[in-house]
Design a protein around this ligand. Structure first.
Ligand SMILES: [Zn+2]
Length: 148
């Protein structure tokens, strides 16, 4: 059964501030976590969700890319453009908080898909913003850290 999970809330919550650990192997537990995280994201109407937001410590997130929810296992941003763009962001873990966040306009992303295959993408604009937000979560970074 796919479950909607409780979302961890609060900028000082240590669960949201931990650095996540690489997923060594894509087990049934990981695939179930992906399904549950996506159901949780959909239920909360978010553009993405990261494992710490549901109390887990795996380097795993889901991001809307090209209007589809894509699970990103062990994602790393391997290039960030110098060209930046500032835009308003919210976060499922920070209700009613909206912050202007500068992000690279374009990024290169490496990750594994749900079958464990290595994938590489070049993303720009909104897709790049969503992925930078989610990968930040995996390093314990929240949008409030960008507040002036
Ligand atoms: Zn967030």
């Amino acid at each position: 059964m796919i479950a909607v999970l409780p979302i961890i809330i609060g900028e000082k919550n240590p669960v949201l501030r931990q650095k996540t650990k690489k997923v060594p192997r894509i087990t049934k537990d990981i695939l179930k976590l992906i399904d549950d995280m996506d159901a949780t994201r959909e239920h909360a109407v978010g553009a993405g969700i990261a494992a710490p937001q549901v109390g887990r410590s795996e380097r795993l997130c889901i991001a809307m890319i090209n209007k589809r929810a894509v699970p990103l296992i062990n994602p790393f941003i391997t290039r960030r453009s110098d060209k930046m763009e500032t835009g308003e962001e919210g976060c499922l873990s920070l209700p009613d908080v909206w912050i202007q966040v500068p992000r690279s306009k374009e990024i290169d992303l490496q990750y594994q898909d749900a079958k464990g295959r290595k994938q590489e993408l070049t993303l720009s604009d909104w897709d790049a913003r969503v992925v930078q937000h989610e990968v930040d979560h995996l390093d314990g970074v929240l949008i409030v850290d960008y507040a002036l």
